[in-house]
Design a protein around this ligand. Structure first.
Ligand SMILES: Nc1nc2c(c(=O)[nH]1)N[C@@H](CN(C=O)c1ccc(C(=O)N[C@@H](CCC(=O)O)C(=O)O)cc1)CN2
Length: 288
């Protein structure tokens, strides 16, 4: 970055508001034409306080956008088979257009098996293997919500990814892996880093775009960042602390997402947008 170039914040709150407004317009059109509002089923196993908050935020934003939500709260003792039964039931229910299974479900549950019980056409959270394959091949389909939100932010701030080196720190099924696939589909050269990566700092220093998605508070510091890089902080840690040490990263980055107000609101906006699209598809509506 030159001495005169200043860092710009990537404002997820404003962009998310715009997306939610668009979703609300489409939801109203669907309701008017079919007499039924789009409906998202939210499924939560146990009462992890952060998960309770996230589900509450998702349902509140649905309500604002004219999307119905049906909440299924299951006890922490729910077995994998019971959870799969619940998800299969929602998958077959014509009144439900989208299904969200809040992650994490608890250590005794095979989360992959649970996600696969969600019908692909209702996978508005982009967590099934079907959706992952579509993301990997650059085909239309539902994207994982945080990765989808990150891609929308990069687009909104005119970040050209072709030929750029993108380093993804983290390899989770709903965040690190799919965001790497979406970046690859935009012709970035993608490196995945994880807990066994040797010399993490050196690899991050080579990145034009850094996506921090590891869940380790302030792991990535300013000195790790190449001057002029784009820094996306997708870390969710207690107390609204990201994976990036914001104050030191500010001194090096060209563009950076704040926490809060960056990737988080975009996650929910993409969920709503995809719920409305799922409802339109299932109800045979074409948007104007
Ligand atoms: N099934 C899923 N589970 C989880 C996902 C997901 O996308 N699908 N993502 C995360 C958590 N998450 C949504 O579930 C999430 C986290 C944070 C935010 C958000 O908007 N954060 C705000 C701050 C919130 C506050 O003020 O308390 C922000 O960053 O500005 C939204 C969604 C794990 N599980």
């Amino acid at each position: 970055m030159s001495a005169t170039q200043t860092v710009q914040l990537m404002d997820g709150t404003s962009l998310a508001k715009r997306l939610v407004k668009e979703a609300a317009v489409k939801a109203a059109e669907i309701s008017q034409r079919t007499g039924a509002a789009p409906c998202l089923a939210t499924v939560l196993v146990g009462e992890d306080p952060a998960s309770v908050t996230y589900v509450r935020m998702k349902r509140a934003r649905c309500a604002k956008a004219g999307i119905k939500s049906r909440h299924i709260g299951l006890p922490a003792t729910t077995t994998a088979a019971e959870l799969i039964d619940t998800l299969a039931g929602l998958s077959g229910d014509p009144k439900v257009h989208g299904i969200l299974l809040q992650h994490p479900c608890g250590p005794h549950i095979d989360e992959r098996a649970a996600f696969e019980a969600i019908a692909p056409e209702k996978d508005v959270d982009g967590v099934t293997m079907h959706s992952f394959a579509a993301m990997s091949f650059g085909l239309p389909g539902f994207v994982s919500c945080t990765p989808g939100g990150i891609m929308r932010l990069l687009e909104a701030y005119d970040v050209d990814l072709a030929g750029k080196h993108a380093v993804v720190v983290g390899r989770s099924a709903i965040l690190g892996k799919p965001v790497g696939m979406l970046l690859l589909a935009k012709d970035a050269t993608v490196t995945y880093c994880h807990s066994r990566t040797a010399d993490l700092s050196r690899i991050i220093q080579e990145a034009d775009v850094v996506v921090a998605a590891v869940g380790r508070p302030r792991l990535i510091r300013g000195e790790d960042i190449k001057p002029g890089a784009v820094v996306i902080d997708a870390g969710y840690n207690p107390g609204n602390v990201g994976d990036v040490d914001f104050d030191t990263a500010l001194t090096r980055a060209r563009l950076i997402t704040p926490v809060p107000g960056g990737v988080g609101p975009m996650t929910i906006a993409v969920l709503l947008a995809q719920t409305v699209n799922a409802a339109a598809n299932q109800l045979g509506i074409q948007h104007h």
